[in-house]
Each structure stands twice: as structure tokens, then as C-alpha cells.
Write a new protein. Structure first.
Length: 147
């Protein structure tokens, strides 16, 4: 949306950062240029969510072809809190319970790749649906001509 705004309304808001520049920073954040070094898109890059809080991905401890489930799903990522709690028959993930991202958490933002942490690793269709447009703008750029 930032890139589209810049295309329609000009490069900067009141002398501040360009919405298109902000959009590029957000895409970089989603792809792993964040304080946790993890992509927020499942199966993208070398570090990505493995323990999503999702009913289907949590029914079987290990899928027939191995993890991950839901390639291409997008999760919320770092948040102001990481939820906790379990349900009956929930498969523990990560199996060892270790939080590999704890050292990067701060007082205002945390990230857990843990099936219990719906606030950070629950895939959402509204995130995935808009990513196609964002990546299309990134690859192709703005349409030619006057808006």
C-alpha cells in the first residue's frame, strides 16, 4: 500500500519518509531483516516459522514429507506479547521447549516460534493475501503512465 500511495500521491509525506521506502523496509522485515533474523513466511529462507499455531499443522507430529506445513503462509511475527497455553492433544513444538529467539526479545517486542504463541506464529489469510500485491509491486514497480 505504501508503494501504491507513493505512486498516486508523490514520493514523500510532509518531508518525511517516502511511503514506498517504508514499504520496502516492511518487505525486508517480513523476509528476515528484523531483530530476530527470521523470515515471517513459512519455508522462505533458512530460518522461518516451524511451530505455527494452526489446527491442521498441529494434528500430526511430523508430516509424511517432513516439515514445514503450509509453505507460503505468513505469520504475524514479533508482537507486544507471546501467548501461552496448551490444549488437550496439542503436539509440543518445539519438542524440546527451547526458545531459540529469547535472546533477541525486548521489553516491547517478543517473538516465539512455539505452537502456543498464536500472537506471533499464527498464519493469517489477510497477511498472505496482501503479500502477492506487495511482492508484485516490488518486482514490477509502479505501472507506467499517469495515475
Amino acid at each position: 500500500m505504501g508503494a501504491e500511495y507513493s505512486y498516486l500521491n508523490g514520493p514523500a509525506l510532509n518531508g518525511g519518509i517516502s511511503p514506498a521506502v517504508y514499504a520496502n523496509r516492511q518487505l525486508a522485515n517480513i523476509l528476515g531483516t528484523n531483530g530476530w533474523g527470521t523470515s515471517l513466511i513459512v519455508n522462505d529462507g533458512t530460518t522461518f516459522p516451524l511451530c505455527m499455531q494452526h489446527q491442521v499443522t498441529n494434528l500430526v507430529a511430523s508430516p509424511p514429507n517432513g516439515p514445514p506445513f503450509l509453505s507460503g503462509a505468513v505469520v504475524e511475527g514479533p508482537n507486544s506479547f507471546a501467548a501461552r497455553g496448551t490444549l488437550t492433544s496439542m503436539v509440543a513444538c518445539p519438542p524440546n521447549g527451547l526458545d531459540q529467539f529469547a535472546q533477541f526479545n525486548g521489553t516491547t517486542a517478543v517473538y516465539k516460534d512455539n505452537v502456543q504463541a498464536y500472537s506471533t506464529v499464527e498464519p493469517a489469510i489477510d497477511l498472505s493475501a496482501s503479500s502477492f500485491l506487495a511482492f508484485s509491486w516490488q518486482m514490477a514497480g509502479a505501472p507506467s503512465g499517469t495515475p
